[in-house]
Design a protein around this ligand. Structure first.
Ligand SMILES: [Mg+2]
Length: 258
């Protein structure tokens, strides 16, 4: 019998492209509203993401790209950031930030098969809840671990250790879904097997410790691309594949089921 008991999901970049489709758009709306002609393209935002923190990111942009700012930055930056936060919540609650390919299908399937579900994110709880409420059902998740519920953010394993403790499960009973190097490090240090669904902002990260690296989870009519790892007889990620990855201590794949 398979030991698979739970699937644990990161939120940002994994459930949805919250940076590209959410935060970036919210920054641009705040700029527009303030009468600024700044527009953060998908590519530029990828570079700005190296700067952690929204206010710091705006400040860095002003310094680096030297737009012609006449306003007092000490007032302007917090105002822009506050407006951006409101726009972001609006984007979440309006459903404009969509789930990534295959996420809803996999989570529904797992829930209906009695596999436990959990969230492990170190970003704010209201943001995670707004996304789950709009597209899924927060009640399906046994644990929603978010924000500063643990002292250290990813790549610290704290958030994953907290989730395992809350669910009273062993790492070997679970599979994690992440999209970034920091997330993979956090899960790996908690001894969890990790599936990476990468995106444009994380595709150059080092994912050598991942069990499987995919472009996305795929759908029956939209096959995934396997970037690292071996999967046979599957063109999209489903619960059967999750079982086989947890069962297999060596190579990945479904050969043992055949
Ligand atoms: Mg992430």
């Amino acid at each position: 019998m398979s030991p698979l008991k739970a699937l644990i999901f990161d939120v940002d970049g994994t459930l949805a492209e919250t940076e590209r489709d959410g935060h970036r758009i919210a920054f641009n709306r705040a700029f527009l509203e303030a009468g600024l002609d700044w527009n953060w393209s998908e590519n530029l935002y990828g570079k700005l993401l190296e700067i952690a923190g929204g206010k710091e990111r705006i400040y860095h942009y002003i310094q680096q790209y030297n737009p012609n700012v006449k306003e007092d930055l000490e007032n302007l930056i917090p105002q822009l950031h506050q407006a951006k936060t409101e726009h972001y919540l609006q984007l979440l609650s309006s459903g404009e930030i969509e789930l990534r390919l295959g996420v809803k299908r996999l989570i529904k399937e797992a829930y209906h098969q009695g596999i436990k579900l959990a969230i492990a994110t170190t970003s704010a709880l209201p943001n995670a809840l707004a996304l789950l409420e709009k597209h899924l059902n927060p009640d399906w998740f046994e644990v929603i671990a978010a924000g500063d519920i643990v002292p250290n953010k990813k790549p610290s394993p704290d958030i994953y250790q907290y989730v395992l403790q809350q669910m009273n499960l062993q790492a070997s009973d679970c599979l994690v879904f992440e999209d970034s190097y920091q997330g993979l490090q956090a899960a790996h240090q908690a001894k969890l097997k990790t599936i990476i669904t990468l995106n444009n902002y994380t595709k150059y990260h080092d994912f050598s410790l991942a069990t499987l690296v995919l472009e996305h989870l795929g759908e029956p009519d939209k096959p995934f691309t396997i970037i690292q790892g071996n999967v046979t007889n599957k063109t999209y990620f489903d619960v059967e594949l999750a079982h086989s990855l947890v069962n297999n201590n060596g190579s990945t794949g479904l050969t043992m089921l055949n």
